[in-house]
Ligand binder design. Structure first.
Ligand code: ZN
Length: 297
């Protein structure tokens, strides 16, 4: 009827025009609606994909975070376990987990004593792989650091302590990876072992570093005990204990931490001593005695 309407004149023509306008309008609206729905669908698919990726990524980190938060609950009932706020490393997928704490044992402060078997120590032999550290007289710092760290590990394990080495061979490791290993193991302390160098060839002795930002009091006490005992066992020159915030591993480890420079490779006399296994053993004895005193004052 209407298709025949083209033949009509007057009011019939007006009707057809209106009808065509309405059809165009409907087509326009339904077209817009369709493209809107398609866009919405695509947005939903994209959002779902993003959510899947983010939640997979979060889940891969989540156990660490929840473990720590669960430990926090345990820590509250144990008086001699101290807590430290979680570091920014636990910020993931844009969400910051800053409310949690990690906990560590710092010696018997209120009567409860942990046995060495319950105490975990992270040892970090500095440098490794392509990073030789300081090199002097054919001695590579990375080799000395590893040799001393292995000596410390063996002695501590004989006493019953649990020990984690950040590296047990000549491999390269970033500072972040070293800290992450210690955190993942929920170590109670972190000790980094290095050799020193100076432009002045007469400079010699043992010096230590700690960060006031990271369990400041306990870190300082750990550094002091290790310094005392290492000097006693080696007879080396006692240099300072420095509060230093520039060293990543002792600042970011979220547990009492210190870094020991066991001697100067640039001092010929000290280098001569450092390369002998006998002297390395004495350094290891000193570090071990210092750690043991820290936990059993
Ligand atoms: Zn070094």
């Amino acid at each position: 009827m209407i298709r025949q309407g083209v033949l009509l004149t007057g009011s019939g023509t007006v009707y057809i025009r209106r009808y065509c306008r309405r059809r165009r309008w409907r087509r326009y609206v339904s077209g817009r609606l369709m493209s809107g729905l398609v866009l919405l669908f695509l947005l939903m698919v994209t959002a779902a994909c993003c959510y899947a990726v983010v939640s997979c990524y979060s889940r891969s980190l989540m156990p660490e975070v929840s473990e720590i938060i669960m430990e926090q609950a345990d820590a509250v009932s144990v008086p001699n376990v101290r807590q430290i706020p979680l570091q920014a490393e636990y910020v993931m997928a844009g969400f910051a987990f800053t409310g949690g704490y990690d906990s560590y044992y710092a010696g018997p402060t209120e009567g409860v004593v942990k046995e060495p078997e319950e105490i975990r120590i992270a040892l970090d032999p500095g440098h490794g792989g392509v990073d030789d550290g300081c090199v002097k007289g054919g001695i590579l710092e990375k080799d000395l650091n590893l040799s001393i760290a292995i000596g410390v590990k063996e002695r501590l394990e004989e006493m019953g302590y649990q020990v984690i080495l950040t590296r047990d061979s000549d491999c390269g490791l970033s500072l972040k990876e070293r800290v992450k290993l210690a955190k993942k193991a929920h170590a109670d302390i972190y000790v980094s072992i290095h050799q020193n160098s100076s432009e002045l060839s007469n400079v010699n002795g043992i010096e230590l570093y700690y960060s006031a930002q990271n369990a400041g009091d306990d870190s300082r006490r750990l550094a002091e005990r290790i310094q005392e005992q290492a000097i006693q066992d080696t007879g080396a020159n006692a240099r300072s204990i420095f509060e230093w915030e520039e060293l990543y591993v002792i600042r970011e480890s979220a547990m009492p931490s210190c870094l020991i420079e066991t001697g100067f490779l640039t001092n010929a006399k000290e280098r001569g001593r450092l390369k002998t296994s006998e002297y390395q053993g004495r350094i290891a004895d000193g570090i071990v005695a210092g750690i043991d005193q820290y936990f059993n004052p």
